[in-house]
Write a protein that binds this ligand. Structure first.
Ligand code: ZN
Length: 134
């Protein structure tokens, strides 16, 4: 399995000012999202201005733990445009967030219910999330 399957982002990522804590967090090896000050709901993707649960408008950025449990995964052997080589795409229930996120798994022998850690890889100056065996 290759260490990296991306040498450049295959699409334009629009980084609005409101989402910069997320993008800058990744570059600092932190996985950040928003939490509502009114109802305490944690959102992902981040919702920096409005709580979709209670419509509260007082949000703050929090750091998520860098671990989770594998819900399912697939071995991608026909990579989409911009990716090179095959890779494993995993759906992982992130601790605290209690919902899955998708990212590439780097390593061997992945099984459902494995505990994985969230790590980061640099792709053209932007860190992105990857999973590794904990
Ligand atoms: Zn709320």
């Amino acid at each position: 399995m290759p260490d990296s399957v991306l040498s450049a982002l295959p699409y334009n990522v629009e980084k609005s000012e409101l989402m910069m804590p997320f993008w800058e967090g990744l570059n600092s090896k932190k996985f950040k999202t928003t939490k509502c000050e009114k109802c305490a709901t944690i959102h992902f993707p981040p919702s920096p201005t409005l709580c979709p649960h209670c419509f509260g408008m007082s949000m703050r950025w929090i750091e998520l733990p860098l671990s989770g449990k594998v819900q399912t995964f697939t071995h991608v052997t026909a990579p989409p445009e911009g990716f090179t080589g095959d890779y494993v795409l995993a759906s992982v229930i992130v601790d605290v967030l209690n919902k899955p996120i998708l990212a590439r798994f780097v390593g061997d022998g992945l099984q459902i219910d494995d505990i994985v850690s969230i790590d980061f890889e640099d792709v053209a100056g932007q860190s992105l999330i990857i999973f590794k065996k904990a």
